[in-house]
Design a protein around this ligand. Structure first.
Ligand code: G3H
Ligand code: 13P
Ligand code: ZN
Length: 314
């Protein structure tokens, strides 16, 4: 059931759970996410970044995602981190049911103005719009904790921004970071700040950079490395612990973006396939373990976020 993200997130808000927004770059990842959502009876958001569009082409991606959305659970097709207004307009006109305008690094006034422009286009086609205030920076970008916190979302500014733009959901910065190397130690989220934002902002809140990078998942990428070399190259990778995600959901986060955990699962599966099937040359054989491992990741997230079992029976 193809839905807008607005509808999916309104139900999540009412039910007090969050919905996973999973980045998809190819057929296998998309199938893994959708099959799991159907098996777990979970609403789901499938999203493509501008990088995914550059890689696979918007026409291919939207065609595949429309097929996926014809599943018996609510599915939104979302553009993740839209920065290029031309790509955003094309996504709105091509059948995406939700787009993000990421103006988080722009001056405040420009972020408001461009977000409003995107909303004007989106409204005409009943497409939802996610906006962002406060920047989500990783440990790679910044040296000290204080420097990092300077980019956290200011609750008052978030309320003013949501009101001024009329966005349908709002991505905020409370201590997460994109990628596999989020922090030197397991990050603690600024839950007090989240509570203040949640009290002031009426629209559903979005958490980016939320992958767990669990040691178990990282270990799977190393299973077939030689003892001499860490072929997974994930030494020192740290993600957001499940306990922090639970606290975030309990305090108002309603959409959670996951990409890195999918990438790691894909890599672990592919490495396993290549190492264990030396003679295989069939891509279907080689990609099967990746799909299986991504399904395990998606299943765990749907349970963790509380979206499992929330889709109505058809
Ligand atoms: O938040 C960004 C996502 O992880 C997408 O990454 O631009 O490399 O596709 P990408
Ligand atoms: P991760 O890198 O933590 O998976 O975050 C993904 C994300 O925020 C996509 O928008
Ligand atoms: Zn993101």
């Amino acid at each position: 059931m193809l839905c807008s993200a607005k509808k999916i997130l309104a139900a999540a808000d009412k039910g007090g759970y969050a919905v996973g927004a999973f980045n998809v770059n190819n057929l296998e990842i998309l199938q893994a996410v959708i099959e799991t959502a159907v098996e777990e009876r979970s609403p789901v958001i499938i999203q493509t970044s501008e990088g995914a569009i550059e890689y696979a082409g918007m026409d291919y991606l939207i065609a595949m995602m429309r097929v996926a959305a014809a599943s018996p659970v609510p599915v939104a097709i979302h553009l993740d981190h839209g920065k290029d207004l031309k790509v955003i307009k094309r996504a709105i006109d091509s059948g995406y049911t939700s787009v993000m305008f990421d103006g988080s690094l722009l001056p405040y006034k420009e972020n408001v103005a461009k977000t409003k422009q995107v909303i004007a286009w989106a409204k005409k086609r009943s497409v939802s719009v996610e906006a962002e205030i406060g920047a989500i920076k990783g440990v790679e970008d910044l040296v000290s904790v204080e420097e990092k916190q300077a980019f956290f979302t200011d609750p008052r500014q978030a309320a003013d921004f949501a009101k001024a733009t009329g966005c349908d959901s709002l991505a905020i910065s409370i201590g997460t970071a994109h990628g596999a190397f989020k922090s030197k130690v397991a990050p603690e989220l600024d839950i007090e700040r989240l509570q203040k934002i949640d009290a002031l902002v009426k629209v559903p809140l979005v958490l980016h950079g939320a992958s767990g990078i669990s040691p178990e998942l990282v270990a799977k990428t190393k299973e077939h490395c030689s003892e001499l070399e860490d072929c997974s190259r994930l030494a020192g990778a740290v993600g957001i612990p499940d306990s922090e995600i639970r606290r975030a959901v309990a305090n108002g986060i309603r959409k959670i973006n996951i990409d890195s955990d999918i990438r790691i699962a894909f890599t672990a599966g592919l490495r396993e396939a290549i190492m264990l099937n030396h003679k295989a040359i069939d891509p279907r054989t080689l990609l099967a373990p990746s799909k299986k491992m991504i399904k395990e990741v998606a299943r765990h997230k749907m349970e963790l976020f509380g979206s499992k079992g929330r889709a109505k029976k058809p």
